[in-house]
Ligand binder design. Structure first.
Ligand code: GDP
Ligand code: MN
Length: 384
């Protein structure tokens, strides 16, 4: 789950990261009220999950509450990278002498958190990484964790002033606590700003939480933004199924993540486009099948392209094919499908499954190759 900046700030605040006060606002009136209570110059920032808000006109300074009203109104009418701005953050503006970059991200290849720092923060860090990679300092945190001496050694060369280096090291250690204790896959501050008086402040908060850990963070639920989630994704989360919506037109329901990936690869191989990744898991449960069909069809009806054919690809091991067949039959009886269905199943209780399907006028193949080619053909027929 990606957090909005104002949510990331809430998280940062719990760990004592230094920020200037601010509050989220949904209307220009609210923005004016927040500006009045903060006093002085404020910064108004679009709360959308996209980088480069500054360049897109989504970050503006306002020196009076009335100006805050006007700027908030302008920003609230923007769409940044396809995302409508529904809220703005109104925060006390900082005077900036210098902008740094400071982030901790999960490096999956090295299986370690990676600290990334740069004295060239603020603007596109991707650009810095591309044209001047030597200006991006990279440090893999060892198993023992990030120790204070490591943070100091990292920051000292970046900050000529000793006091500032100490503040920055302290910030990095706190950010590391955010990252580990809150199960982040990314915790980023850009810019990490130095004020003319030498204070080091976090002026932005970008946080990605690892959804696999949501069972131990009950407080995350409040941060979930329903407008950023498809109805199918919501249903999948409620039913505990792994689901990723994609842009293609072939819905896939598969048991096991590996087989699901292989199925998507094969669909692509034969020139089709998968509409989703959906793993109904290893256990046998007809209810999961019903939920899976519902997830795919709900999302299909809400997106414009839609699903043109659905493929079941089941390799029965612990999963029993007859359970899946019963699930399919029950779902179809409850709500008939409007698109063609192709079923491939093989393995445990395959014969029983085939009989159940046959009794209900449905066929099934054992060949994955054949099933994939068939579903692509059916999807194309629907298009034509
Ligand atoms: P992003 O472009 O979406 O990452 O948005 P940021 O929050 O990083 O803001 C973009 C830029 O706006 C920063 O690099 C700063 O230059 C500027 N900015 C953000 N907050 C302040 C502030 O409090 N005071 C001033 N003077 N500039 C700010
Ligand atoms: Mn930023």
């Amino acid at each position: 789950m990606n957090l909005h900046e104002y949510q990331g700030r809430e998280l940062f605040a719990r760990y004592g990261l230094p920020m200037l006060p601010g509050q989220v606002a949904g209307t220009p009136e609210e923005a004016r009220d927040v500006a009045t209570s903060l006093g002085g110059t404020v910064v108004i920032k679009a709360q959308v999950q996209a980088g480069g808000r500054g360049k897109a006109g989504g970050v503006k300074l306002a020196s009076t509450p009335d100006e805050a009203y006007d700027k908030a109104r302008d920003i609230l009418s923007l769409t940044i990278k396809g995302l409508p701005v529904r809220r703005v953050l109104v925060a006390k503006a900082a005077d900036i002498a210098r902008e740094y970059y400071c982030a901790i991200v999960l490096d999956r290849e090295k299986k370690a958190p990676l600290v990334m720092l740069s004295a060239e923060g603020g603007v596109d860090i991707e650009e810095v990484a591309r044209v001047a990679p030597e200006k991006l300092i990279r440090f893999h945190v060892p198993l023992e964790g990030l120790r204070p001496y490591m943070a100091r050694n990292l920051m000292r060369p970046l900050f000529p002033d000793f006091q500032q280096a100490s503040q920055a090291a302290d910030i990095l250690l706190k950010l590391y606590r955010v990252y580990t204790e809150s199960d982040c896959s990314l915790a980023e501050i850009n810019p990490l700003a130095v004020t003319p008086e030498g204070r080091v402040l976090a002026l932005d908060a970008k946080v990605v939480l690892d959804d696999n850990a949501d069972f131990r963070h009950k407080d995350w639920e409040a941060w979930r933004d329903p407008s950023e989630e498809t109805p199918g994704a919501r249903l999948a989360r409620a039913k505990g199924l792994s689901y990723v919506k994609l842009d293609g037109d072939i819905g896939c329901i598969v048991n096991g993540a590996g087989l699901a990936m292989a199925t998507m690869d094969l669909i692509k191989h034969y020139g089709g486009e998968p509409a989703n990744f959906l793993d109904i898991g290893g256990s046998s449960n007809p209810e999961k099948v019903t939920a899976a069909l519902k997830i795919i069809t709900t999302d299909a009806s809400t997106s414009n392209g839609g699903v043109r054919a659905i493929l079941f690809n089941i390799f029965g091991g612990i999963t029993r094919c007859d359970d899946v067949a019963n699930g399919i039959v029950a779902s179809l009886e409850a709500s008939p499908l409007t698109v063609p269905l192709v079923i491939r199943l093989t393995g445990t209780n395959e014969e029983k499954a085939r009989q159940i399907l046959k009794d209900h006028g449905l066929g099934a193949t054992t060949s994955m190759d054949e099933a994939v080619r068939m579903v692509i053909e059916k999807a194309q027929e629907v298009t034509a």
